[in-house]
Write a protein that binds this ligand. Sequence first.
Ligand code: ATP
Ligand code: MG
Ligand code: MG
Ligand code: MG
Length: 565
Amino acid sequence: MVNAPVQRMSQLMAKTLRDDPADAEVLSHKLLVRAGYVRRTAAGIWTWLPLGKKVLANVERIVREEMDAIGGQEVLLPALLPREPYEATGRWDEYGPELFRLQDRKGGDYLLGPTHEEIFTLIVKDQASSYKDLPVILYQIQTKFRDEARPRAGILRGREFLMKDSYSFDLADEGLAESYALHRVAYQRIFQRLGLDYRICAATAGAMGGSKSEEFLAPAGAGEDTFADCPSCDFAANTEAIAYELKPVDAADVPASEEIPTPDTPTIETLAASLGVPASATLKNLLVKVDGEIVAIGVPGDREVDMGKVEAHFAPAAVELVTADDFTDRPDLVRGYVGPQGLEKVRYIADPRVAPGTSWITGANKEHTHAKNVVAGRDFEVDAYVDVVVVQEGDPCPNCGAGLKLDRAIEIGHIFQLGRKYADALKLDVLGQNGKPVRVTMGSYGVGVSRAVAALAEQTADEHGLCWPKEVAPADVHVVAAGKALQIELALDVSQKLAAAGVRVLVDDRAGVSPGVKFTDAELIGVPQILVAGRRSAEGVLELKDRRTGEREELTVDEAIARLT
Ligand code: ATP
Ligand code: MG
Ligand code: MG
Ligand code: MG
């Protein structure tokens, strides 16, 4: 093994800054720029300078080792991708303005990959033909592109960023569950080795179409997610994913739509109360089953409803289908209402197109077709399930009822059981044991590699600057020559000896820079051990300082080498 050369500050392309960059709002942004790790190239687009690149590479190495340990095979896909596969899955349109779309000189449509489910599906379709080829886990560590609306938080939310994304391919649901469990363990190891404080949080409501998804959230004030933590059981969930069981609606109890009285003051609170969810909750989405299949009834404008299914199911006499033209602008509309009988009608204040006094199903389908005079229980089966956003501290834990605690966090990883969505769209089958084709089931899993660097900075920094855990630090020891020629000579000498012993060394050998400035820079840069050649250099005595605790002790060169190797 070749030992890493000593990194000399006198030659390092890394300028420390005294002041925070003017546009920086979060700590990691300020410190990573000030300590010379990164530079902003454009909004949400970053350059990694030598020290930053070292930290990034360390995170990558840990991620790679743990992905390899669960049998993941590393590949590298292009970032520049053709439109067609994304057209086939509908994501070319669905992804919205976050997708960077571009054209080549011939007018062909391309995109810069925000995530790679489609292409991985096609790779496996090309490479795997029989059940013997599965299960398989493929991964890459690659630059991703998302035109984020507000790339404010520095490295935390880039428009170009580094992600580890992996994809599992299995024959059966049990296999998918196993691949998912393997990733869950790998992620626990990764974040533990990185030294990140994190929680595993439910990211989707459990009963949602059978799919399972969890987020790894790193508590930090700069985080853009809010998660709820239960102090008395192990429940932890992104507030976006907290689900409460609704009281099931008994069809016999639901009156015909003509008999439904218009309530005097129907409010979202009325609905919440009769569903048994906290009044502070915001109803997001009711899941409704028609003929055993889930069609969403809910959030105006943001869920697809298959109106074909709805139309086919409802008795035409009872249900009137209306179009956008039929809706009037009525700001007094309520968002939902549950009468004494249970769920009787659902209407939305946020959707001004719906006339009052009607129950209806709406969806974001292209015709804006809505079904009018639909009665829950009579015309459709309510799946007795709702997504809610808990907006207040102390709301009851869905598991045990104890008051939830709310905290801000950074999403550092996300694991997801996709099921057959992509395999269906791109027709990914392999031949099963009986010679018949089997549709493959998939999972997708992401770690924000560049984001993890910033999350670590957020969690570990103190008032003096960055303060890296050993495994990711850009060096093991920062040797400071606090003085002139004598100190510089000793610092370089001990640095060479340490490097020869396999220690990663950064040495501040700058001439003409005061010891005070060098100490401040060493604290800002945040290497875990600081070794100072100062006043007692003539005797060959150095001072070793622990960056985190500030503890100091005097050591000879040999003692220092013994201590640091
Ligand atoms: P967010 O909610 O923060 O926008 P996401 O849910 O859109 O993230 P995923 O699609 O789940 O992100 O991607 C997997 C991982 O990639 C995330 O858990 C996160 O760590 C990282 N990531 C996502 N977007 C960014 C970004 N803009 N900059 C840096 N890392 C990101
Ligand atoms: Mg996002
Ligand atoms: Mg997210
Ligand atoms: Mg996510």
